[in-house]
Ligand binder design. Structure first.
Ligand SMILES: *Cc1c(COP(=O)(O)O)cnc(C)c1O
Length: 230
């Protein structure tokens, strides 16, 4: 089932790219494997998927340590400074940096390990109280502060849109994040790129692709519903 689901999501991404005159090669599908067992991830790997998303630091560490090293891990959850040690050196991209405090903790861990970290700044575009992320109007300032940290490279922006019945309701959010990244990119800040736009989940990834997503994070649409009770 995982193979078929992956194929269907990939096909939908190609169709969304055609509708919006984009190159399908510019969109990366991240298979969000949080809460899912190793066996299901292995099934996705055997179907050709090499990029996975996790939102808990220790869970990502265990999966990283267990699975082949050519798998790329995306850390997409809220990251506490005391968990940074599990993620630095393992995550190919940390999508969820939303404070200077967290960025500084990542910088210190990178110094200790003599590695670099690639990160995105998480923006709370929708303005929901329950969500993490910096306010749109504070994003450029935070990006400028993180740019000074020698071992961190900001590659772009990420947002989590609310759950809505009709994905069209989230289009403005994706459009606004895209515009924000273009605005910040035009400032030519040293040590900063705005090439990555991580937005769109199972319910709205096609709209996100139409609005310029370079990375979509799809869990349920690939692995099925999650059971948090176990
Ligand atoms: C769980 C999660 C996803 C995937 O959600 P689905 O609706 O299952 O596709 C994407 N992004 C983040 C940040 C998540 O926590």
């Amino acid at each position: 089932m995982i193979r078929e689901n992956l194929q269907e999501v990939e096909n939908n991404i190609v169709a969304a790219c055609e509708r919006s005159n984009r190159n399908a090669g510019d969109v990366t599908l991240i298979a969000v494997s949080k809460t899912k067992p190793i066996a299901m991830i292995e099934e996705a790997i055997s179907a050709g998927k090499k990029e996975f998303g996790e939102n808990k630091a220790q869970e990502m560490k265990e999966k990283y340590d267990t699975l082949p090293k050519d798998v790329k891990w995306h850390f997409i959850g809220h990251l506490q400074t005391n968990k940074v040690k599990y993620v630095v050196g393992r995550a190919a991209l940390i999508h969820s940096v939303d404070s200077l405090h967290l960025a500084e903790a990542i910088q210190r861990e990178c110094e200790k390990r003599e590695v670099q970290a690639e990160v995105l700044v998480e923006v709370n575009v929708a303005g929901e109280d329950s969500k993490f992320g910096v306010k749109p109007e504070e994003t450029e300032n935070l990006v400028r502060e993180i740019a000074k940290l020698s071992r961190i490279h900001v590659c772009g922006l990420m947002t989590i849109a609310p759950f809505v019945e009709n994905s069209e309701e989230n289009r403005w959010i994706f459009r606004k994040l895209h515009k924000l990244s273009v605005d910040i990119s035009s400032k030519n800040i040293d040590n900063i790129d705005m090439n990555v736009l991580s937005m769109g989940m199972t319910n709205d990834y096609e709209v996100a692709v139409e609005e310029g997503a370079t990375h979509v994070r799809v869990g349920t649409g690939i692995f099925g519903e999650r059971n948090y009770a176990v």
